[in-house]
Design a protein around this ligand. Structure first.
Ligand SMILES: CC(C)(COP(=O)(O)OP(=O)(O)OC[C@H]1O[C@@H](n2cnc3c(N)ncnc32)[C@H](O)[C@@H]1OP(=O)(O)O)[C@@H](O)C(=O)NCCC(=O)NCCS
Length: 141
């Protein structure tokens, strides 16, 4: 039996779809309380700079849920809303995920080195997909 060399591998995947109208309603209903409970300052600053902020909030909400699904934990005790931050590549605008210390500990415990995400939104929906990338220790072939 030979062992495959160490290689990057996908350790988890998650997807989420959000209705923009529900996000718009929730933002209006709970005002700053919901925003501050779910979104970090820079996330809020970016969304609020847009003509239809709820679309961008919905996209970031979807990323957070998708990442929590990729870990298999959901959002809660193991990883919270504010433990998952959606940043933007300053050159391309592509989303990047930054985890808090708590999130990084969860990632390390699973052998996850990187969290990748992609998001999209239309007038009605926002969707996001996340991948957890780590290193396989090599399996028997
Ligand atoms: C990057 C591109 C694919 C984004 O697609 P889009 O349909 O405009 O936008 P979507 O609603 O699907 O997605 C928007 C999200 O894509 C992400 N995004 C933006 N630029 C990105 C990039 N370079 N790479 C990966 N993701 C990107 C962002 O997260 C953005 O959401 P946000 O502003 O809330 O952060 C698009 O701008 C592009 O380059 N298209 C090329 C073809 C083209 O120009 N078509 C227009 C005429 S048909």
């Amino acid at each position: 039996m030979k062992r495959a060399p160490e290689a990057a591998c996908v350790l988890g995947t998650g997807i989420d779809l959000v209705e923009n109208d529900r996000m718009k309603e929730t933002l209006a209903e709970w005002a700053g309380r919901f925003r501050n409970r779910v979104f970090l300052e820079d996330e809020q600053r970016y969304c609020e700079s847009k003509a239809e902020p709820w679309r961008h909030y919905a996209g970031r909400f979807a990323v957070k849920e998708a990442v929590s699904k990729a870990f298999g934990t959901g959002v809660g005790e193991h990883i919270g809303w504010l433990d998952i931050e959606v940043l933007r590549d300053p050159d391309t605008g592509a989303p990047e995920v930054r985890l808090s210390e708590k999130g990084r500990k969860l990632a390390a415990s699973r052998g996850v080195h990187r969290v990748l995400a992609s998001l999209s939104h239309t007038r009605h929906y926002a969707v996001a997909h996340a991948l957890l990338v780590g290193e396989s220790s090599g399996r028997e072939q």
